[in-house]
Structure formats: C-alpha cells, structure tokens
Design a protein around this ligand. Structure first.
Ligand code: ZN
Length: 269
C-alpha cells in the first residue's frame, strides 16, 4: 500500500481527531506538566470514533450508503441485500423466489463461501443479481483489525469474487457492519463504497418471519436498503431458514407499494 492513489477525503470527524492530536502534542511540548490532560482528551476522542465505527449506519468515519441515491428513491427503487452466502441449501431457493417475483437483489458474499460454491456464485449473477464484497473470511473481530489485515480481507475477496463472476465488486459491507477508522481510506484505495442499510430484520437471530417482516417493512419507501441473510440464517419453528418465509411476503409488499427491487450497482449515477 505504498504510492497511495487515493481520492480519499477524510471525514470532518477524522480531521478533527488529527487536529486534536497535533494540538495535544504541541501543548504537551509547551507545557509538559499538562500531559495528562492532552492524553486524556486524545484517548476520549479516539474512543468516540471507535463507538462511531460500532454503529453500522454512522457516517462519522466517512461515506456510508444507508439509503439509495435520491434519483433511485424518486423512481421507487429499493434494494434487498442478502449477506453471508452463497449457501448451497438456501441461496438456490432464494433465487427461485426472486425469479417468481421478477425482483433483483444484491448478494454480499463471503469470499471463502464463494470459493466453496463457485457455480452458485456465478448463477446469482447469471440470473440478473449482483455479487458484492463481504470480506474473504467474515472475521467477527474485523473492527479490531489493523490496516494490513483489513486490506488483505477486502482485496482477497475482490480477487475471489471478481475471478468467479467476471465482475469486480464495487460495494463493501463489513461483518455485522462494524468497522474502525482505518476502513475508509482502505476502501477508497480499493475503489469500493461502504454500504450499510436502512433497516434490517435481525434474521440471524430472529426466527419469527412476522417479526422480521415487520422490521423490514416499517415505513417502507423508495430508496430503502434492506438487509436479510441467506447464510447464517435463523430458522423458524418449522426449521425453515427465515429468509425463505419472509421473502415472498416482502416482495408482495414491495409490489403492492408500487416499488421495484433492483441491484445496488444499477443505482449508481
Ligand atoms: Zn455478514
């Protein structure tokens, strides 16, 4: 990661953090007896940015899609994003449901899963959907990683997914949406955009399809980005991965509301 070809714009919060560090160090040099206050303020500010990184929809650390662009919202477009696949049992059924409703979705695939099921990954794209980057290994401690490890996870998934589908992902979503302040410049370097969501169903933990559906459709409108899971899906009392019970009703609601489910990348202006 030498010779950075960044078009990176540090966020205002990050610039302020850098200013706090510079002022803190300068003040300590001028008044060494006040070092405790300088360190305290820097640590406090760093903790505030850490908390911001643990709020998936926060924009404090840099750009973050929580809704589609205004033009897509005006056209009644919404985006269903489906994380943690491809899954050999669930994903084919998800694709059939989407086909039946003439809907497109965006699959945030884990590179390792895609390597295990490359044909399924290709089928997602062949059936009109998009595959985007959800890291190579889906590490749960991703938000604690340093720059090299973050870059490796992202770049490795880019290679895997791009190699399998023939199209380089242009969006990235970290595991559970959690990140740290190093992610934004690395995404800029990799040419990726961070995307979170407007609403999520918590369908890796919630097995009641009605509850998941209610969470996703509360205030449903053009521009929404919704999150479901084909991998790591919770199951209903009947043992069905919850997405399979939710998706048909969600797609009906979308149609009744005169909205259209499209891929994320089709909304890029
Ligand atoms: Zn995930």
């Amino acid at each position: 990661m030498t010779a950075l070809r960044l078009n990176w714009q540090p966020s205002a919060a990050l610039l302020l953090f850098l200013a706090v560090i510079v002022i803190g160090v300068s003040a300590t040099v001028a008044y060494p007896q006040g070092w405790f206050w300088a360190v305290g303020i820097i640590v406090f500010y760093h903790m505030a940015l850490t908390v911001a990184g643990l709020l998936p929809r926060s924009k404090l650390l840099g750009p973050n899609w929580v809704r589609l662009p205004a033009s897509a919202a005006l056209n009644g477009q919404i985006c269903i994003t489906i994380d943690d696949g491809p899954d050999p049992l669930v994903t084919p059924q998800v694709l059939d449901i989407l086909d039946r409703h003439g809907a497109q979705a965006t699959f945030f695939c884990i590179g390792q899963q895609a390597q295990s099921y490359p044909d399924l990954c290709r089928e997602i794209v062949q059936r009109g959907h998009a595959v985007e980057n959800h890291t190579q290994h889906h590490p749960h401690l991703f938000s604690l990683f340093g720059p090299r490890a973050i870059y490796r996870e992202i770049q490795s998934a880019q290679k895997t997914l791009g190699g399998i589908t023939g199209r380089q992902p242009i969006f990235f979503r970290p595991p559970a949406g959690l990140r740290n302040l190093l992610l934004d410049p690395i995404l800029a370097y990799c040419g990726l955009r961070l995307v979170s969501w407007t609403r999520r169903g918590y369908d890796t933990r919630e097995g009641d399809p009605q509850v998941v559906l209610r969470r996703l459709t509360r205030g449903l409108r053009g521009g929404d980005i919704l999150l479901l899971h084909d991998g790591h899906a919770a199951v209903t009392t009947a043992g069905t991965p919850v997405i399979l019970d939710v998706l048909p009703y969600l797609l009906e609601r979308i149609a009744v509301s005169k909205l259209r489910a499209v891929t994320l990348h089709s909304t890029v202006t």
